[in-house]
Design a protein around this ligand. Sequence first.
Ligand code: 8YV
Length: 318
Amino acid sequence: MKPEVLQLSPILIPQIRERLEELFVIRPYYQQADKAAYLAEHGANIRGVITGGHTGITREVLAKLPRVEVVAVNGVGTDAVDLAYCRDLGIHVTATIGALTDDVADLAMGLLISVCRGLCTSDRYVRSGQWPQSPTPLAPLPLARQVSGMRIGIVGMGRVGRAVATRAAAFGCPIRYTDLQAIDAVEHTYVADLIELARSSDALILAAAADGGKAIIDAQVLDALGPEGYLVNVARGKLVNEDDLVAALKAGRIAGAALDVFVDEPHVPETLFDDERVVLQPHRASATVQTRTRMGEMVIASLLDTFAGKKPVGCVTG
Ligand code: 8YV
């Protein structure tokens, strides 16, 4: 009999979906209107869970899955899963570690360039037919901020942070970073204090894990970044106090922000919608065919390992 797997978020790669259907009985929880009834019907037979990094799984849902052996996160962040609770119950939690590093770092640089060079604003300018009305160099577009050579502060020097550093270094950017502690393998300057890092950076790039659940970027940090400074977030929305960010942008206390993640996705503070100093993405950092395929393969491998009685690939629960 094929193991039953509860799916909490969609898989967008057709070949991965087909393989999942071949190997397991997939129960698409995310498509159900009456989720409680669906759990009541199938919960007792579920042996595995597939979920997204942002979606995770609540303790309430886990409690309805008495036979569950593994929560396979189709993503690298496990902050939306209660790891201690899973460990206590002997449930493996896995993540697609390493699969999306390059894509997330690519998007961080893309966002930095977009916000500094006004790419989205200029694109809207051309598309809306305004260019012929006031041809360059008279176009009413402000001159942009040069990216090459910007002082970059990386918050969280894990895999993604390091991949961002490699890219930023190729742009001739001096790099400093903060993390829980200095990392021997990293050649860049460590700055223990986030406010000090913000003060000495032209752009802060957030690449930290959000397991602590704390909004580390608040008014104080934003003020240290200052009116010439930019914030880029490819990690988690909850790392930022969004009210403080909106207020800082509104008052011109920072120069701009480029955000792939938000506190209450898919809801984005509406005041950001017509702010040209902001670039917004709908949590797409890992959304390429190549990366989502690799991630899907890792999810399948971790389910198969678990059901074969092995410690699964990408296990973060030890
Ligand atoms: C994914 C993410 O978009 O890896 C993560 O933690 O949040 C994202 O890369 C998500 O997990 C896709 O389901």
